[in-house]
Design a binder for this molecule. Structure first.
Ligand SMILES: *Cc1c(COP(=O)(O)O)cnc(C)c1O
Length: 400
């Protein structure tokens, strides 16, 4: 799963080029930096890799979500559709811009169910955030179609599917905007970091200005002297992150290729096991293979199988019990405990809707996630590890 497995001399070389100039900031210091612009170069190469017009490097995947929602002008009074199965940050970003997240169900892809998404639309809905969880795509073609019909903005959260595709087009490039995370667990990493992509020039400029206190970064005018049109904040990526990003991006296709090889081998070991069904992949070719997910006929059987695998040295995750990735488990969210004592935006009088967070409203997630087991796939999986996994699976299969 993680790009940190491949950190090596290529990353060191890129970082040292920054260190040799001493300029760690992406803007300014034109004489001192000797032509080194790592963040800018990383943005250009990342945009090209994704087939997008623009990319903007930022401090994290979480801030990328907030910046994109801000660029899309989502705010107080608005509802945003989000899947019940995602990392908490997807939901937090909606609250960060003053809007209200609306919980949608998932389907056999483990990603947003386009039919439930359409059912959950109200007169307050302004945007949808499909998430490509665990390295494989949502039914993004259908989601975009439903969104267009209802005039909703689409922001793809592709924090977990970097380098993935659907029918030849890179994930993140289907929506009005897409975001990626480069935190230390993600497919490629810059330690902490993220990026926003879009092919809409206006959205790019709004994101760019917002992420740096309203500066428009017009190269012809000093950064201190522009006519600024919106206020913003500081979510700037630094040159060390840009340097790491460049080296990791060049390894991304190798990471995915190796993971695919390992995933296929483990899938073959599970193939014949009684009652096991694999997660549906809308485009197996475009899978990044960071995870392998499969389900059993019921939650009790899944739990027993999980314990047996674990006894053999193979750990898996049952996301229904996970504290970070399943909305009904977020006690602080359910208590509306935003970091301000007034519980804004839940208490915002501009919000006229009636969003609720009851697991009865997501029956497919409630069923599927309780009997699905997910294992992380590594880039480096030596022969001994593969043998251990094979033996763990063979032994666990006996209890079914
Ligand atoms: C990791 C992650 C994020 C947040 O990214 P950070 O860089 O850790 O802030 C957002 N969404 C999903 C689905 C993630 O997995």
């Amino acid at each position: 799963m993680p790009g940190f497995e491949l950190i090596g001399p290529e990353e060191t070389k890129e970082v040292m080029e920054v260190m040799e100039t001493g300029v760690l900031m992406r803007y300014g210091f034109d004489n001192e930096r000797k032509g080194v612009f790592k963040v800018r170069q990383f943005e250009e190469e990342f945009a090209r890799y994704c087939g997008a017009g623009y990319a903007l490097g930022v401090t994290s995947g979480s801030s990328a979500l907030k910046i994109a929602l801000t660029a899309l002008d989502i705010g107080p009074g608005d509802e945003v559709l989000v899947p019940a199965f995602t990392f908490l940050a997807t939901w937090e970003s909606v609250l960060e811009v003053g809007a209200i997240p609306v919980m949608t169900d998932i389907d056999e892809t483990l990603n947003m169910d386009p039919a439930d998404m359409e059912r959950k639309i109200t007169s307050y809905t302004r945007a949808v955030i499909p998430v490509h969880m665990c390295g494989s795509c949502a039914r993004i073609d259908r989601i975009v179609e439903v969104a267009r019909k209802h005039k909703l903005k689409v922001l793809e959260d592709n924090a977990q599917g970097c380098g993935g595709a659907f029918r030849g087009k890179k994930l993140g490039a289907f929506g009005d905007m897409g975001i990626f995370s480069f935190d230390y667990y993600k497919t490629m990493t810059t330690g902490e970091g993220g990026i926003v992509i879009t092919s809409d020039e206006t959205l790019y400029h709004r994101a760019d200005e917002y992420h740096d206190h309203g500066h428009d970064h017009n190269p012809k005018v000093s950064r201190a002297m522009e006519g600024r049109s919106i206020l913003g904040f500081n979510y700037r990526m630094n040159e060390l992150q840009g340097a790491l990003g460049l080296a990791q991006l060049r390894k991304l296709d190798t990471m995915i290729r190796e993971q695919k090889k390992n995933k296929a081998a483990i899938k073959a070991m599970l193939q014949g096991v009684k009652g096991i069904k694999f997660r549906e992949l809308p485009d197996p070719e475009g899978d990044t293979a960071t995870f392998l997910a499969f389900n059993l006929p019921d939650a009790g059987t899944a739990e027993k199988f999980q314990q047996a695998l674990s006894a053999g040295g193979l750990d898996t995750v049952c996301y229904k019990k996970n504290a970070w990735h399943y909305a009904p488990n977020w006690e602080h969210f359910l208590a509306q405990s935003t970091a301000n004592s007034k519980k804004f935006p839940f208490t915002n009088p501009m919000y006229k809707g009636n969003a609720r967070y009851d697991s009865k409203d997501i029956p497919q997630a409630d069923d599927l996630l309780g009997r699905t087991l997910v294992m992380g796939i590594n880039i480096k999986m030596p022969e001994e590890r593969m043998t251990q996994i094979r033996q763990a699976i063979e032994k666990a299969a006996d209890i079914l």
